[in-house]
Design a protein around this ligand. Structure first.
Ligand code: UDP
Length: 192
């Protein structure tokens, strides 16, 4: 999980923690790819629509020839192709599985399936495939720097994002303020 978004930033501040940077899968991706190339890592891509994930596989192979795209599957047919999908991933011999199904669906999927997969690591990357394929435009940097990327995403995909940003996020913040703050320093003799 990344410390991604203004909600996490506000929750952290409420708990007395200052996050220095917003971290998300899309911004981390070029850095990750450089490392994957250096280590000749193979990747399986899971998530988004069939057309989008195919575009990602193609672009990734061209932009980073050192990365082997071991295979890819869309993120909508996973429930009816449960066992087939696991076999495909295992047969691909991928080292890393990138799961782009949006949070928290991707985290749940990873949690339910990771024990049956012969991969070294799996990572949830949210809307990365939509951005990397060029299907969905990313917010301008200045808006991201103001921690207002959510407004852009709501404007670009109002039907997909309204529930999350207009209901889910205020609810999350309400839960945060109802959660007792952690003591700033453990007192002597505290059970840790
Ligand atoms: N998605 C998917 N399966 C689903 C629902 C969504 O693969 O059942 C994909 C969708 O096509 C898109 C991504 O998940 O590529 C949505 O991610 P979102 O923008 O919600 O990610 P986040 O905001 O968590 O980064």
């Amino acid at each position: 999980m990344f410390a991604d978004g203004i909600g996490v930033k506000m929750a952290a501040r409420w708990q007395g923690l200052a996050l220095s940077e917003n971290v998300n899968g899309t911004d981390m991706f070029p850095l990750l790819c450089e490392q994957l190339e250096m280590n000749n890592t193979s990747v399986y891509l899971l998530g988004a629509t069939p057309c989008v994930v195919a575009k990602v596989a193609k672009r990734l192979g061209t932009q980073y020839p050192g990365i082997r795209v071991a295979g890819y599957s869309d993120g909508y047919s996973y429930s009816e192709r449960k066992n087939e999908l696991k076999s495909l991933i295992n047969q691909s011999k991928a080292d890393l599985l990138l799961v782009a199904m949006g949070a928290p669906r991707q985290e749940r999927w990873i949690d339910e399936n990771i024990r049956e997969l012969n991969i070294k690591a799996a990572m949830g990357v949210g809307g990365l495939f939509d951005f990397y394929s060029g299907e969905v435009p990313r917010a301008p940097v200045w808006l991201r720097e103001l921690s207002l990327e959510w407004i852009w995403r709501l404007a670009v995909q109002p039907r997909n994002k309204a529930k999350r940003y207009l209901i889910g996020n205020p609810l999350f913040l309400l839960r945060v303020v109802l959660t007792p703050r952690a003591p700033s320093k453990p007192s002597r003799g505290a059970i840790l």
